[in-house]
Design a protein around this ligand. Structure first.
Ligand SMILES: [Zn+2]
Length: 305
């Protein structure tokens, strides 16, 4: 991509376990957006300390797009090193305050993050100057009902978090678990479609410019989800299992039926939407993820392909 971003903006493209880290540099204080997954916090610190990062300069603020483990996992580590305040979407700050492991998809989804406190509430409709750029905040519920996206009108840049990726968006809850998530997802796509965006910096994957094509794919996925709740349930379970495998590295296939019965997100989606035996659910997940080339079975263990 031909220098699509202003020079004070640097994107550390991470993987699917850690969200991208976006650094906005300014003489008024450097700002970091999202901190990655907790087990990758040492790498996050190393990237921040690199010459393309802060080198040995201080960090003035850490900002989060939303409260999922792959975006907030390194918050406590980053704050411990830099002593910076943490700015967080106001709508879900109470979940952080009481550390709601169910609502934040932590133990409920077999994920972890180091606990932290929120210093500044980010409200939709507000404007902030980070990295000498003006950012307008928009509510972006759906994948996460308290999420925000950040829009810079001058350079027409959208920091989309998990509300829009080049191919899809973060998993959403089936209507039986959260009746608001799917309609909110469509509304959020409409909000993004109403912005004049030249480049999207997503929470995962490379920054991309063909916003119309990405929106088209996202709308088509949403229409397919609206037609079939089971499809949302299968998709969510497959995405979470892939994520869990990324941090566990391998899981015995034989343990999977007990695992999907023990971990809340699978148990609840199965009870309310899929209604399969744990054994059939586990077999379906392995089968569909194997055929998609996402996982493979190695010596009786499931591993990420
Ligand atoms: Zn997320």
């Amino acid at each position: 991509m031909h220098s699509p971003l202003p020079p004070q903006m640097h994107v550390f493209v991470r993987d699917w376990l850690s969200a991208n880290n976006i650094l906005l540099k300014s003489r008024d204080g450097h700002v970091l957006i999202d901190s990655g997954y907790v087990s990758h916090a040492p790498l996050t610190l190393a990237l921040l300390a690199s010459p393309r990062g802060l080198a040995d300069e201080p960090l003035a603020k850490l900002v989060n797009t939303h409260g999922h483990s792959d975006h907030i996992g390194g918050n406590a580590t980053v704050r411990a090193k830099y002593g910076c305040p943490i700015a967080f979407p106001a709508a879900e700050a109470p979940l952080i305050e009481r550390w709601d492991e169910r609502a934040l998809w932590l133990s409920w989804a077999d994920q972890t993050a180091d606990r932290f406190t929120v210093d500044e509430l980010l409200q939709p409709g507000s404007t902030h100057v980070w990295g000498d750029l003006e950012w307008q905040l928009f509510a972006a519920p759906g994948h996460d009902m308290g999420a925000l996206v950040f829009y810079n009108p001058e350079h027409r840049i959208l920091v989309s978090g998990d509300a829009l990726w080049e191919n899809g968006y973060g998993l959403i809850m089936p209507p039986s678990l959260d009746p608001d998530a799917l309609p909110a997802t469509r509304d959020t796509l409409d909000v993004i479609a109403g912005l004049d965006v030249r480049v999207v910096i997503p929470g995962h994957g490379e920054p991309f410019r063909d916003v119309a094509a990405a929106l088209d794919r996202a709308y088509r996925r949403t229409a397919a989800f609206e037609a079939d709740e089971r499809r949302i349930g299968r998709h969510a379970a497959k995405v979470i299992l892939t994520f869990n495998l990324l941090h566990r590295r391998r899981m015995p296939v034989a343990d999977l039926p007990a695992y999907v019965e023990r971990i809340g997100i699978y148990r609840d989606i199965n009870a309310l939407v899929l209604r399969m035996t744990p054994r059939d659910l586990a077999a379906m997940l392995v089968d569909e993820l194997t055929r998609a080339g996402v996982v493979r079975v190695e010596d009786g263990d499931l591993v990420v392909a």
